[in-house]
Design a protein around this ligand. Structure first.
Ligand code: HEC
Length: 151
């Protein structure tokens, strides 16, 4: 009798703890935070490239400098196994990432390289900015297409 009570209360604790853990994975929150900051800077660069904002060389350069540094952030602790969308609720990272780590890494490197080119071009006028932003956007999209859930 006492034994089954213990089992029962242990199961209850697990049931109560699980949703709290699912909503609060600091590693997943950190990697989503880095992507939010990518988006924060791309919004300025894309806005200028697409004519939704006036071109401003200093502002474009700052956003491109930010993106350059953000894409240098070491990824090695941000993608632990078991943090894919079939294992936990709060991520859109597909399990295919961990089956194709070389390709996933190559897509990150492609973003880093495009960010270097964007940093060199951003302050040199709208005609230089446009294709460089396009290349960065394509590198974001290529990875999302393969490795991010739609929603
Ligand atoms: C190498 C792959 C890869 C590249 C390159 C990449 N992303 Fe992502 N991005 C992902 C994955 C995977 C997720 C889902 C992360 C998660 O939910 O844990 C994501 C999520 C996001 C999110 C949603 C973050 C949130 O609030 O949950 C934004 C915004 C985003 N990316 C923007 C960008 C932008 C902008 C770029 C290019 C400058 C970019 N990403 C490049 C893989 C990538």
């Amino acid at each position: 009798m006492a034994f089954s009570k213990i089992i029962g209360s242990a199961a209850l604790v697990v049931a109560l703890a699980a949703p709290a853990l699912a909503q609060d994975n600091p590693t997943v929150a950190a990697r989503q935070g880095q992507f939010k900051l990518y988006g924060h800077n791309i919004a300025v660069l894309g806005g200028m490239a697409q004519g939704r904002m006036d071109y401003d060389a200093a502002m474009a350069q700052t956003a491109a400098d930010n993106l350059f540094h953000l894409t240098r952030h070491d990824q090695s602790r941000l993608w632990p196994e078991g943090t894919d969308s079939s294992s936990i609720m709060e991520t859109r990272a597909k399990a295919e990432i961990w089956e194709n780590l070389d390709d996933f890494t190559a897509k990150f490197v492609a973003l880093q390289e495009a960010s270097v080119a964007l940093q060199a071009a951003a302050g040199n006028g709208l005609d230089a900015l446009r294709p460089a932003v396009g290349a960065v956007g394509a590198s974001c999209g290529a990875c999302h297409e393969a490795y991010r859930e739609e929603s």
